[in-house]
Design a protein around this ligand. Structure first.
Ligand SMILES: *Cc1c(COP(=O)(O)O)cnc(C)c1O
Length: 391
């Protein structure tokens, strides 16, 4: 019997080492990794420059606490603000914690404006994490069931539905912020209308709300820009990051801009591990490598090729409802549940993910090359066709 608590249904494989988009199990079998640790390993596995950066940092200093100044944290905040146009950053250790910081910031902002029950607009099919506040914000009953009482202070509307937000604005005077994923990940790789964030920005400005973007999954280069909001003109007040930021070394960040950057005062929030020198060196190396290797443009171009490849390979297959995504965040929606696909794929030496029951989700590393992408398209297409034919 395993002594690990039973919170995950795991596939029957354990990996020993990796290189780029490849992983090897204990028996020496090789797998093409199209999951990247759920959008974490953007640089692929064992990127030599990342390994060097964290090894050197570990040899010098891993942790000192936030009782003292942390030079690497200052450097990372500078870099993230320069790339995003935000003004400052709070560092933590995960996506859920980054969103917790955003939720707390929004509530404090609301109380500062004299709003007694500050309420945040959140979306259906959203995912913001597994802590009590973030699962309450999440738009998925499966994540919430059994954990009631949920936190109050959230008003839910459908994703990509501006009239629904307008309606909340007209009726609820306690709203202080909107929390939204620019592209939904767990919700099934949902891509909203091109002007969605611009419209949300307009409503937020009109009512004095904060626009808070959860870029935990779609940020740090995955969409083909540093941050997904940079595909359009809307700039957020708050943005959260985690997943790809540290390439596997746990780090999360909550960035803020303008008035939102002045909300937290010393003592309002904290984290023991948050932004320690090791995690910050991993994030700084990640950003430096993405820039040096031109991975933003590469991810954007490769994503388009991959979608075109699937459109070709799966054309005429009526059970394939839609192929969508942005950059290297790609979803293939089927007309039926396909939760057995990851195990079928594993048996073929391929790692894929299924989310929202019937969406095959691919999150390959930003370093994936064209030949590897073609192999992924060929193998995933063949797998989907075999699955639909009952093979
Ligand atoms: C994964 C994810 C989270 C939660 O991140 P954790 O590091 O697992 O806490 C939050 N928001 C989005 C959009 C995510 O994809």
């Amino acid at each position: 019997m395993s002594h690990v608590m039973n919170t995950y249904k795991r596939l029957p494989v354990s990996f020993e080492h990796g290189e780029g988009v490849w992983l090897w199990d204990g028996a020496g079998r090789r797998y093409l990794d199209a999951v990247s640790g759920v959008a974490v390993n953007g640089l692929g596995h064992a990127h030599p420059e990342l390994v060097k950066a964290i090894s050197e940092q570990a040899g010098r200093l891993i942790h000192t606490s936030n009782l003292y100044e942390v030079a690497k944290q200052e450097a990372l905040a500078d870099r993230l603000c320069a790339l995003s146009g935000m003004d400052n950053a709070f560092f933590c250790n995960s996506g859920a914690e980054a969103n917790e910081a955003a939720i707390k910031l929004a509530r404090l902002h609301g109380h500062g404006r004299g709003i007694e029950v500050p309420t945040i607009v959140v979306m259906e099919k959203s995912f913001h994490g597994r802590t009590m506040a973030t699962l309450s914000a999440t738009g998925n009953r499966k994540v919430q069931a059994g954990f009631e009482p949920l936190l109050s202070g959230f008003a839910r509307v459908p994703y990509d539905d501006i009239p629904a937000v307008e309606q909340v604005a007209a009726h609820n005077k306690s709203i202080v912020a909107v929390l939204v994923e620019p592209y939904q990940g767990e919700g099934g790789v949902q891509v909203p209308e091109a002007n969605y964030l611009i419209e949300l920005r307009r409503i937020c400005d009109q009512h004095g709300w904060l626009l808070m973007l959860d870029e935990v999954q779609c940020g740090t280069g995955r969409s083909g820009k540093w941050f997904a909001f940079q595909h359009g003109d809307a700039v957020p007040d708050v943005m959260t990051l985690a997943k790809g930021l540290g390439s596997g070394v746990p780090i999360g960040a909550c960035l803020a801009r303008g008035a939102a950057a002045e909300v937290f005062k010393a003592g309002n929030h904290g984290s023991t591990f948050g932004g320690n020198p090791l995690a910050c060196s991993a994030a700084l190396a990640t950003l430096a490598i993405i820039e040096k290797e031109g991975l933003l443009a590469h991810a954007g171009k490769l994503g388009e090729r991959i979608k075109a490849g699937f459109a070709e390979k799966l054309s005429g297959i009526q059970e394939v409802a839609q192929i969508r995504g942005q950059g290297l965040m790609i979803g293939i929606e089927l007309d039926r549940p396909c939760l057995e696909l990851p195990l079928m794929a594993l048996e073929r030496g391929l790692l894929i993910n299924v989310t929202a029951d019937k969406v095959v989700r691919l999150l390959p590393a930003l370093v994936m090359n064209e030949a590897e992408a073609q192999q992924m398209v060929d193998e995933v297409s063949a797998l989907i066709i075999d699955f639909l034919r009952g093979n």
